[in-house]
Design a protein around this ligand. Structure first.
Ligand code: X5A
Ligand code: ZN
Length: 670
């Protein structure tokens, strides 16, 4: 199993034959730049390379009319003047004698990719194609697009494999109105698109690109438009869109396949998009999607006109599809006001159609500030730790793929744990004397038999911080979990970690001397009520419903983790943690993104072998098992979550959901 790369050199044949400043950016070099990038980074040879074949007329007619297909076929025999004349009948289109061949290869490549993924030949894959597809319509070329590659692939997946739920994520900077029209009344295809809109003044200038276009008939709610009304959207804005809009809906929809209209004109440097998101962002977007649909992701190239930016972004996506850890995201994790407004507009339009949105908005209307949980003490902020480049991160950047992927330190043997292939059993330990010195800090909490695993755990932590090991699991005896976590925290700090995120599940008390200087973000998940000690130390109950648990991860944990940008995550499952295996796996799998995979999970040995195994699989990169059917969060769960979000929002801007209306606030104050 691996990643497919579908391509054919012939797709570089089509090119603009006359002067047209609007169309000249869609050039053959786009494909060669992307492919060269993959070759230079050794990514092409890691993929299963498939040579694209032309789609048949029957396959094209899944989406397009026979008259239109015949018309495009005819362009093969036209001369330059006739091609130019025909091109002018469409908006932002050029034809070339090779257009028909290329466009059939492009659609065919998307179909082959879907076949490779749905037959199980590969996990996921990418098709590098020209011409792009998402603007093309049943009987019209549009915006450089001739046949709608992704829409044809979706119809094919429905028809040939009987799929009932397909998610299309269109992260191209233009609105894929072609896809929207084709599936407008179809509830089996959830179409999400963000796009430069500027209140309708950006191409293709359509009112139906706005947030209030949600689909029609039975398809209502299955078109999700997120129009950007300003340029300059960056990593934080794209992340906020995924965490607060796309992913909640996607989990509720529960797709069987994810198709990505992978345009990279939404990346920095692109002349069309004028956005700011860096290529690394696409690694994160890709990894966030990997928890859906059993990891069945098919990405098909759409736009992307800045050759260097395009090549880098494609590499980031392919690298992530191959399972490499995500690189750190740069820049302050603060979404801009305009982005928050856009997100709010989507919520307003979609709320009738999605329970996952309703559960949150219903509670944010009655003021969570009214609840009287005390805000204990003010956080001492530490200017040194905040946003300073971490020497640890620099080091592991030089070695992006650690030699050891996932390792387990345990007295329980690997065969008893039934670890997935590729997960290593850790034998090496730090020196006995060193282990004892650390253990002495917690004399009463460590038994002699704990020392062997503690020594191995410390060794694994060093490996993670050194970039030798990507992530790991350490088992402990029940009594030693809290002490182990404490030792690991201290060792991170001794190792000059700048920021450590601790997710402590169950009855694990906050270590008495836990630093509150911004270096440790301590989130305890336990008990019945949320509590806040500082902007860096707090606790929240474990939601019991699927809806509540998803809101907890997407609405709280990931925004905090992305805002904090930790060097390493320590995830400890202590006594009475109450987490189901699927919940633990999803939490671990999703926490990988903001920390580049560097997670050390501490679990109690004994009763929970299955848990250790499921966690190992998730850390190793396997898609976590389903949480089960979507069930709305309980009022208590939402209240606790909203309380935390409201209190923490001033420091952690990615938590912010609703843009604060300045005028209204002023009114309230007066
Ligand atoms: C696929 C794509 C853009 C067309 C822009 C026309 N098309 N101004 O990015
Ligand atoms: Zn585009």
């Amino acid at each position: 199993m691996g990643t497919a790369l579908v391509y054919h050199e012939d797709m570089t044949a089509t090119r603009l034959l006359w002067d047209d400043p609007e169309c000249e950016i869609e050039c053959p070099e786009r494909l060669t730049a992307a492919l060269d990038g993959l070759r230079q980074r050794g990514l092409e040879e890691r993929c299963l390379c498939l040579s694209a074949c032309e789609a048949s007329e029957e396959e094209l007619s899944l989406v397009h009319s026979l008259e239109y297909i015949a018309l495009v076929q005819k362009t093969q025999t036209l001369d330059k003047e006739e091609l130019h004349a025909l091109s002018k009948q469409y908006d932002a289109v050029y034809f070339h004698p090779d257009t028909f061949h290329c466009a059939r290869l492009a659609a065919g490549a998307a179909l082959q990719l879907v076949d490779a993924v749905l037959t199980g030949a590969v996990h996921n894959g990418v098709a590098l194609v020209r011409p792009p597809g998402h603007h093309s319509q049943r009987a019209a070329a549009n915006g450089f697009c001739v046949f709608n590659n992704v829409a044809i692939a979706a119809k094919h997946a429905k028809q040939k494999y009987g799929l009932q739920r397909i998610l299309i994520v269109d992260w191209d900077v233009h609105h894929g109105q072609g896809i929207q029209y084709i599936f407008n009344d179809d509830p089996s295809v959830l179409y999400f698109s963000w796009h430069r809109y500027e209140h309708g003044s950006f191409w293709p200038f359509l009112p139906e690109s706005d947030a209030d276009a949600v689909g029609q008939g039975r398809g209502q709610g299955f078109t999700v438009n997120l129009p950007w009304n300003q340029t300059g959207m960056g990593n934080a804005d794209y992340l906020a869109a995924f965490l607060h809009v796309l992913l909640p809906l996607a989990f509720e929809f529960d797709p069987e396949l994810v198709l990505v209209s992978a345009g990279f004109d939404s990346a920095i440097g692109d002349p069309e998009g004028q956005m700011q998101a860096t290529p690394e962002c696409f690694a994160h977007l890709t990894q966030l999607l990997q928890v859906l649909a059993g990891g069945r992701i098919c990405a098909v190239l759409e736009g992307g006109y800045h050759l260097e930016s395009l090549a880098q972004s494609v590499c980031m996506m392919v690298q992530t599809l191959l399972g490499d850890p995500t690189p750190p995201l740069l820049g302050p994790m603060v979404p801009c006001q305009s982005a928050l407004e856009s997100i709010q507009n989507v919520w307003t339009a979609q709320i009738p159609h999605w329970t996952s949105l309703r559960q949150i908005l219903s509670s944010s209307t009655h003021s969570p500030e009214g609840r009287s949980l005390p805000l204990l003490g003010e956080s001492r902020t530490c200017a040194v730790a905040e946003n300073s480049p971490s020497p640890l991160l620099d080091r592991s950047c030089l070695r992006p793929t650690p030699p050891v992927c996932t390792a387990v330190a345990s007295t329980v043997s690997g065969s008893v744990l039934a670890l997935p292939p590729g997960v290593l059993q850790q034998e090496k330990s730090v020196l006995r004397g060193e282990t004892e010195a650390w253990a002495r800090l917690h004399k009463s909490r460590f038994q002699d038999e704990d020392l062997a695993t503690l020594g191995k755990s410390l060794c694994l932590l060093d490996g993670i911080l050194d970039g030798q090991v990507r992530n790991a699991i350490a088992t402990t005896t029940a009594l030693a979990t809290a002490a182990t976590l404490d030792v690991l925290i201290q060792r991170c700090l001794a190792y000059r970690s700048q920021r450590v995120l601790c997710v402590a599940l169950g009855q694990l008390d906050r270590p008495l001397d836990l630093a509150d200087d911004g270096r440790i973000l301590w989130l305890n998940v336990r008990g019945k009520e949320a509590a806040i000690w500082s902007m860096f130390h707090f606790s929240t109950p474990l939601p019991q419903t699927t809806g509540g648990f998803l809101s907890f991860i997407l609405g709280l944990v990931l925004p905090l983790a992305y805002g904090f940008q930790p060097d390493v995550v320590l995830m400890a499952l202590g006594p009475a943690h109450g987490l189901q295996n699927a919940q633990a796996a999803l939490l671990a799998a999703m926490l990988r993104s903001p920390v580049g995979g560097r997670i050390l999970a501490v679990v109690e040995e004994g009763s929970i072998l299955q848990l250790a195994r499921t966690l190992a699989q998730a850390l190793f990169g396997e898609t976590p098992p389903s949480l089960g059917p979507f069930a709305m969060a309980s009022p208590e769960e939402i209240q606790a979550l909203m309380f935390l979000k409201t209190q923490l929002e001033p420091r952690w801007k990615l938590l912010q959901l609703l843009h604060r209306n300045r005028d209204r606030q002023t009114l309230e104050i007066n």
